[in-house]
Design a protein around this ligand. Structure first.
Ligand code: NAD
Ligand code: DAU
Length: 368
């Protein structure tokens, strides 16, 4: 039986990971530590609230004393560290929070783990600190470049990716210097349920429903490698089971799309749903598709993101060979599951789209 501390477990990927783990390993203890920032939502954990081994702690990873107490009183043997500021656009308008949470917060967690697991000698052998990182630390690819491998040199371009790169290096240093058992995964773009609607895919879905413009940065030709979120959880699970301590693993979808193609696809899928569903047309009368007008009429090219990385792509050969990792959910399945989830969970997305968030979104999307 494992005892996990999951930081950022009330956010998008963290919550999906908690659901995955509770389902796969019902005997395990799951302690979620989350500061419930704008991106964290206690309701994301509703499916596991009644789970016997589940505990939620509202708190900050910067609170080293709190983390140490949790590690001791829960006899935690595994930390899975998701907590972060995660949105690139926010890092451009306000980098400080990214330095605070992603760098200092990760270091604070590492200090607590070292204190309890190594200095105090609790759980000395099988402990694991798994750090959830991103492919953005590798910088940007041209269309011809090979995909990122674990050997690709770090070249972060945004304050977000720079803060994640710094945190990756601290994790590495705590292994080499203090002998902490660490692994790191660098993953590509996730999508799926509970994705906060400031990110491209959920933003497009909800803006179609509301008849609001679909902002495409620059020429829309930038490329991302999309992975259904439960496959990220699966990749972390395999890394915990089979990953070599001190190593990093690239996890991705091998599923590259330009932004404009992905937006066009979502428009088409939504149009089809509206065409066959009278209730949907009545629920969302402001959507152009409710009146038989194509959703892509909402597409609007806006000013590009500053320093916008052109392309990310992940080479998953190491994860395939060492961990036996292969994504299980095809993009066709995943995107349809995602649309279904947003259409069935109106209460969830209404509750996260509060006034502050709405104001921030309006500031961001000034049509060019
Ligand atoms: P998210 O923004 O949806 O969730 C972040 C969570 O962390 C929230 O619940 C928030 O309340 C919590 N949090 C923030 N600051 C905290 C603090 N100081 N103390 C405790 N909790 C805090 O993020 P996400 O998209 O779920 O990403 C999770 C992790 O995965 C991040 O580390 C991110 O860098 C990484 N990642 C994300 C993607 C992606 O596509 N979203 C891809 C690769 C890696
Ligand atoms: O690659 C992994 C990263 O993916 C994670 O580390 C980040 O936490 C996560 O937010 C994500 O970063 P991106 O910047 O790639 O995701 P985002 O959804 O913000 O944007 C995806 C692409 O779509 C990107 O090229 C910018 C573009 N975009 C985004 C938004 C929000 C638009 O064209 N219009 C938009 O309104």
């Amino acid at each position: 039986m494992k005892k996990l501390l999951i930081t950022g477990g009330a956010g998008f990927i963290g919550a999906n990971f908690v659901h995955y783990w509770a389902n796969e390993y019902p005997e395990d203890r799951l302690v979620v530590l989350d500061a419930l920032t704008y991106a964290g939502n206690r309701n994301n954990l509703a499916p596991v609230e009644q789970h016997e081994g589940f505990r939620f702690v509202s708190g900050d990873i910067l609170d080293t004393a709190l983390v140490e107490t949790l590690l001791r009183e829960e006899s935690i043997d595994t930390i899975v560290h998701f907590a972060a500021e995660s949105h690139v656009d926010r890092s451009i308008s306000g980098p400080d929070a990214f330095i605070e949470t992603n760098i200092i917060g990760t270091h604070s967690l590492l200090k607590a783990a070292r204190q309890v697991w190594i200095t105090e000698g609790r759980c000395p052998v099988q402990h694991r600190f798994h750090h959830v990182s991103t492919d953005e630390v590798f910088g940007s690819l041209t269309p011809e470049d090979p995909a990122f491998t674990e050997q690709t040199a770090y070249a972060p371009n945004s304050p977000y990716s720079a803060s994640k790169a710094a945190s990756d290096f601290f994790v590495r240093a705590y292994h080499h210097t203090y002998g902490l058992n660490v692994t790191t995964s660098n993953c590509s773009n996730n999508y799926g349920p509970y994705h906060f609607p400031e990110k491209l895919i959920p933003l497009v879905i909800l803006n179609i429903l509301h008849g609001q413009s679909l902002p495409i940065y620059g020429d829309g030709k930038n490329i991302r490698d999309w992975l259904y979120v439960s496959d990220h959880a699966y990749g972390i699970d395999l890394t915990l089971k089979k990953g070599r301590v001190g190593e990093t693993y690239n996890i991705g979808g091998c599923n590259e799309w330009t932004n404009i193609d992905i937006v066009q696809l979502i428009c088409q899928l939504m149009d089809t749903r509206f065409a066959h569903d009278d209730i949907l047309r009545r629920r969302f009368p402001k959507s152009p598709a409710a009146g038989g007008v194509a959703s892509n009429s909402l597409i609007s090219y806006v000013a590009d993101r500053a320093g916008h990385d052109f392309r990310y792509a992940i080479d998953t050969a190491t994860a395939n060979e060492e961990l036996g990792y292969q994504p299980k959910v095809s993009f066709e399945q995943g995107i349809n599951l995602t649309l279904d989830w947003y259409l069935s969970n109106e209460q969830w997305w209404r509750s996260v789209m509060d006034g502050t968030y709405q104001q921030w979104i309006e500031q961001q999307y000034k049509v060019a």
